[in-house]
Design a protein around this ligand. Structure first.
Ligand code: ATP
Length: 301
């Protein structure tokens, strides 16, 4: 894949379960080399979207192209160009790490021109030292990295990560983030990940999409989304024993004037720009308000 190639192109995607439209006109695009995070409250349809793109679920309506192909008609060559991270290797507890990767890798040669060596993949995910360990002996974080390694053996053009760090402790999460950062430089590979962790989205994604109410309700970089949602920055300080909290459009100018007027009588200054979390919660609240007005009940962030 060349940088700038469109790897995912979705227009007007709909998914109906029974009489309920979970996806109600989703438009999204991912280009080669991008890391895109799909955020949304529980039940928003993130997994449904990913599974439609992976070809595991058939959509109700809409145009979907993944690597130029409709996932409902993807063949083996198409499938081999996708990295899908499943969590099924727990069943292979007695296998050794290298053995599982060699086995998975053996399926790709008819479909992929260039494959990384098993050792290269192990190095990429940080499991070189565990190559000969039995899968059952790996820690939770190491198993998740093994799941990703399996998704990578075919050197995919597009890697899907559905809630990759759910249940991780902070150290494992940090390691995993470093891994995804390394991966995003590999051969123009695109990564589409879902997460509930806003810090994770902010840290990893070139672009964030917020799925709520069956549609993409916001899209942009973390900083861009925050700036778009609110131009106001919160300034807090203590002056003559009284604490002040003000929302201002231009914090630099405000703080400059504050010091000109009061000098070092200003204490405990704090300048807080709106963060992705503020924007996200605001978007979800607005959607929940709309859902309540429509008489829908399900949602939890
Ligand atoms: N096979 C199915 N049949 C009927 N309803 C389904 C089916 N699969 C998912 N749903 C419903 O569709 C909605 C979206 O589910 P989905 O798992 O895609 O959401 P999600 O955004 O990934 O949620 P979470 O963050 O909780 O993982 C939920 O209300 C779910 O109950």
């Amino acid at each position: 894949m060349k940088s700038g190639d469109r790897v995912v192109d979705v227009r007007g995607l709909r998914m109906r379960y029974g009489s309920r439209d979970v996806l109600d006109g989703v438009d999204l695009a991912v280009d080669a080399g991008e890391v895109v995070a799909l955020l949304g409250p529980n039940g928003a349809g993130k997994t449904t979207t990913i599974e439609i793109l992976e070809g595991f679920r058939t959509r109700s309506a809409g145009e979907v192209r993944v690597l130029g192909v409709d996932p409902d008609h993807g063949d083996e060559t198409w499938r081999a160009a996708l990295g899908v991270v499943l969590q099924s290797w727990r069943d292979h507890g007695r296998w050794r790490v290298r053995q599982l990767l060699d086995y998975q890798r053996s399926f790709y040669p008819p479909y992929r021109d260039r494959l990384p060596g098993t050792d290269e993949v192990l190095g990429l995910v940080g499991l070189t030292g565990q190559a000969d360990a039995r899968i059952a002996t790996l820690s939770g974080g190491q198993r998740r990295r093994l799941d990703v390694a399996v998704g990578l053996v075919g050197l995919p053009d597009l890697l899907f990560l559905d809630e990759p760090t759910a249940g991780f402790d902070p150290a494992a999460r940090q390691e995993f983030h470093d891994l995804v950062t390394r991966l995003s430089g590999v051969d123009g590979m695109a990564v589409l990940l879902t997460t509930h962790d806003l810090a994770e989205a902010e840290r990893l994604a070139d672009r964030i999409l917020v799925l709520a109410g069956g549609r993409i309700t916001a899209e942009g970089t973390a900083a861009g989304l925050a700036a778009e949602a609110s131009a106001q920055t919160e300034v807090r300080y203590l002056l003559d024993g009284t604490s002040h909290v003000v929302s201002v459009a231009d914090a630099t100018e405000y703080v400059h004037r504050l010091f000109l007027d009061h000098g070092l009588a200003v204490r405990d200054l704090e300048v807080r720009r709106p963060r992705l979390e503020d924007v996200y919660l605001d978007l979800v609240r607005r959607w929940e308000g709309g859902a309540a007005a429509r008489g829908e009940s399900e949602v939890g962030v």
